[in-house]
Design a protein around this ligand. Structure first.
Ligand SMILES: Cc1cc2nc3c(=O)[nH]c(=O)nc-3n(C[C@H](O)[C@H](O)[C@H](O)COP(=O)(O)OP(=O)(O)OC[C@H]3O[C@@H](n4cnc5c(N)ncnc54)[C@H](O)[C@@H]3O)c2cc1C
Ligand code: FES
Length: 279
């Protein structure tokens, strides 16, 4: 059992941040890794990236967008309540080394996944430029943390309510067009955002890593649910990833596979809202 020590609602309650007591995981986790979590004994197994870890306090920070039944159930848990189980750290850590100028691009809840990577890249001595975006100012998350994790941070909103009026790719293009060489781009967010970022950066030949979020079940390479095509080869998101070379990813196939259970997911959420049952 894993106790919830802090809870904060963000982005008008559509995103929740939990600090959870998990000393063994906090001691081992590295940027880019995730956990698989269940709210209760009959709960679905849900993968979530660790947005931060603190080995000294033995805590991990999970930040999730409330999109369906399981995340709606997580949101009902209060400070002092427990998650039934948390399995991790899982997945390959981000390969962090000193490269030079690195641009970290995040969209929506993807900023939570991006944050520990930007922090790690900065600590390794890279010049980190952060570019984060959201649909509007109220939905933007982790601006303060990303400011600390970057040497320079640009914020974008689709509706122009804050920062640059437009997409993260607009600001990224300004950097790509400048003479300053870019060693690496890390792009994490909704799949269409990652797809269009990679399309842009491919034209400039700048290596671009993305963190994929295929549907996962066991998270240990046994079920095959998380299959993704990378460079024409089938890879497992959970054990080979979640990070891959974005220029090789078949994003259209990923989008199609993510939508495989939309009808069942809608039915499950409707049932949860109608009876507030925990199963
Ligand atoms: C490695 C990894 C890390 C992730 N990290 C985060 C994170 O830090 N914060 C965050 O908000 N989200 C994260 N996600 C996505 C998160 O797991 C899904 O939003 C969550 O599973 C939705 O469950 P639900 O029951 O609330 O919604 P549902 O209504 O069941 O599903 C909504 C959508 O979420 C996706 N999804 C559903 N079940 C799963 C599953 N078992 N595995 C993966 N995706 C699923 C599908 O695309 C689905 O259409 C991550 C996913 C992966 C694979
Ligand atoms: S989630 Fe089962 S193999 Fe990756």
């Amino acid at each position: 059992m894993f106790k919830i020590l802090q809870k904060e609602e963000m982005a008008q309650g559509t995103v929740v941040s939990n600090i959870v007591d998990a000393p063994l995981i906090a001691a081992k986790a590295k940027p880019g890794q995730f956990v698989i979590i269940r709210a209760n004994e009959t709960g679905e197994r849900i993968p979530l990236t660790m947005a931060d870890t603190d080995p000294e306090t033995g805590t991990i920070n999970l930040i999730y967008q409330v999109v369906g039944k399981s995340t709606a159930l997580f949101k009902t848990l209060k400070v002092g309540d427990y998650f039934q189980d948390i399995c991790g750290p899982l997945g390959q850590p981000t390969h962090i080394e000193k490269l030079g100028k690195v641009i970290c691009v995040g969209g929506g809840t993807g900023v939570a996944v991006l944050h520990p990577i930007a922090k790690g890249l900065k600590a390794a001595g890279n010049q980190v430029v952060g570019i984060i975006g959201a649909r509007n100012k109220d939905l933007l998350i982790l601006e303060e943390k990303m400011t600390k994790a970057s040497h320079e941070l640009r914020v974008c909103t689709d509706d122009g309510s804050y920062g640059h009026h437009g997409f993260v790719t607009d600001v990224l293009k300004e950097h790509l067009d400048s003479k300053d060489p870019i060693a690496l781009i890390v792009a994490i967010g909704p799949v269409p955002m990652m797809k269009f970022t990679c399309k842009l950066t491919a034209g400039y030949g700048v290596k671009t890593m993305v963190s994929l979020n295929p549907i996962m079940v066991d998270g240990t390479g046994m079920c095959g649910a998380c299959r993704v095509s990378v460079g024409g080869v089938t890879r497992f998101g959970c054990v080979d990833g979640p990070e891959f070379d974005g220029h090789l990813v078949n994003f259209d196939e990923l989008i199609q596979r993510q939508r495989a259970y939309l009808e069942q997911e809608k039915r499950s959420l409707d049932h949860f809202h109608s009876c507030q049952c925990q199963v």
